[in-house]
Design a protein around this ligand. Structure first.
Ligand code: GRF
Length: 219
C-alpha cells in the first residue's frame, strides 16, 4: 500500500510511519509528502527517510485555488491512502471528493472531546482526568469524521501542556501507524457513519506499550 502524508510541522508522526515501515510492522510505504509550510522540519524527515517525492505547496490567499492545487498533486500521485499528520489546513471539497474514506487524520484528544487546534490545552483547562488520541476518517465535518482507533492516558496532577502533549504524541506514534496497517490489511469498513474493524492480527505484544496507556481492541 502506498501512502501520501500531509504535514505542516515537526513530522514526528511521519517519522513514526517510516520507522514502523522499516521494522516491517507496517506494510505500507510513504510515496509522497506534501507540506503547506516550505522548509518545515517534516521536509527534512521525509528527505532523510527516503520519501521519493516531496512537494512544498505554500498557501496562497485563495482557499479554492489551494484545494485545486492540492487535489492535482494528490491525484497525480494516486496514493491508496492520504494521511494527515499535523496538517494545519482544512481540506476543501475537491480533495475530500477525490478520496472518500481514504483520508485519515490523527488528533490529540479522545474525540469528540476537544476538537480543534488546541486540544491538549483544552483538556487541561477543562480538568480532564483522561485524554489520548484518535484516528478518524476525514470528512467536511472538522475533527468529526468516523473514528477508527483511540488510545487513552491518565492526566497526571503534575502535567503541563508540554508533558501531556509528549505523552499523547507517544500514543499517536503507535496508533497512527497501526491505523494505516489496518487499512493496508483491508480491515476498515465504513457503514452508516461508523468504522468497523474486521478481526485479525493485532500489535498487542509486538510494540512496547506507553506506560499506563489503555489500548482498545483492534490495536
Ligand atoms: C500531532 O500531535 C497531531 O495530533 C496534530 O498535529 C501534531 C503533529 O505533530 N494533528 P508532528 O508534526 O507529527 O510531530
Amino acid at each position: 500500500m502506498r501512502v501520501a502524508v500531509l504535514a505542516s510541522g515537526r513530522g514526528s508522526n511521519l517519522e513514526a510511519l517510516l520507522r514502523h515501515a522499516r521494522s516491517g510492522l507496517l506494510e505500507a510505504g510513504v510515496g509522497l509528502l506534501v507540506t503547506d509550510r516550505p522548509g518545515a522540519p517534516c521536509v527534512q524527515v521525509a528527505r532523510e527517510g527516503g520519501v521519493p517525492a516531496v512537494v512544498e505547496l505554500p498557501p496562497g490567499k485563495d482557499a479554492a485555488a489551494y484545494d485545486e492545487a492540492l487535489a492535482a498533486v494528490l491525484l497525480g500521485d494516486a496514493p491508496d491512502l492520504v494521511v494527515l499528520a499535523g496538517f494545519m489546513r482544512i481540506l476543501g471539497p475537491r480533495v475530500l471528493g477525490a478520496f472518500p474514506h481514504k483520508i485519515v487524520n490523527v488528533h490529540p484528544s479522545l474525540l469528540p472531546a476537544f476538537k480543534g487546534a488546541n486540544a491538549v490545552r483544552s483538556a487541561l483547562r477543562h480538568g480532564a482526568r483522561v485524554t489520548g488520541c484518535t484516528t478518524h476518517f476525514v470528512t467536511a465535518d472538522l475533527d468529526g469524521g468516523p473514528g477508527i482507533l483511540q488510545a487513552a492516558v491518565a492526566v497526571r496532577p503534575e502535567d503541563d501542556e508540554d508533558s501531556l502533549r509528549s505523552q499523547i504524541q507517544a500514543l499517536e506514534h503507535q496508533v497512527l501507524p497501526r491505523t494505516v496497517q489496518l487499512a493496508a490489511e483491508g480491515r476498515l469498513r465504513v457503514e452508516d457513519g461508523r468504522v468497523h474493524v474486521a478481526p485479525g492480527p493485532s500489535w498487542h505484544g509486538r510494540v512496547e506499550p506507553v506506560a499506563g496507556a489503555l489500548y482498545p481492541d483492534g490495536f
